[in-house]
Design a protein. Structure first.
Length: 160
């Protein structure tokens, strides 16, 4: 019988840092961040979702093909940035991206560290790697999640 594999968390302090990775927060600062996160999580997602929709209309929508637009349309996606606790709820409609109302359940929820999403948007990291490193977690309709991932992979980085 073979010995069990060591857990990733047991080796994490000794693992080499990835380029651009941020060091962990000091305990006092971590507590303050947790308090702010609690406040931000209680805020409605509509205002930041409206801003994200405007940005996606400029950065992403013109780069999507007609078939990609059809396959991604009318699906509510919730994106949660873990550190600040910020949630975005978006839907692609006929006229572009919009903030999704609270009455519609998301078909896909994506939770990620802010730095991981920034690196993904800039093309500095791969979605598969982030997923397997647990820096990006998807819950919900996995088939739609793959369609979204493939569409984003096909157009390349959103931000340079």
């Amino acid at each position: 019988m073979s010995a069990p594999l060591p857990s990733r968390t047991a080796n994490a302090p000794h693992a080499p840092a990835r380029p651009g990775a941020l060091p962990p927060l000091p305990a006092a600062l971590g507590a303050a961040v947790a308090r702010v996160r609690g406040i931000v999580r209680r805020l409605p997602p509509q205002p930041p979702s409206w801003l994200a929709a405007l940005w996606l209309d400029r950065a992403l929508l013109p780069r999507l093909s007609a078939s990609q637009r059809r396959s991604l349309a009318d699906h509510v996606v919730e994106l949660e940035l873990l550190e600040p606790g910020l949630r975005l709820r978006l839907v692609l409609g006929e006229r572009g991206f919009a903030a999704a109302g609270a009455g519609r359940a998301p078909v896909l929820v994506i939770r990620a560290r802010t730095q991981a999403l920034w690196r993904l948007a800039r093309g500095e990291d791969d979605a598969d790697r982030l997923f397997f490193d647990r820096a990006l977690v998807m819950e919900g309709d996995t088939e739609f999640g793959l369609e979204l991932k493939n569409a984003l992979d096909a157009i390349g980085p959103l931000w340079r």
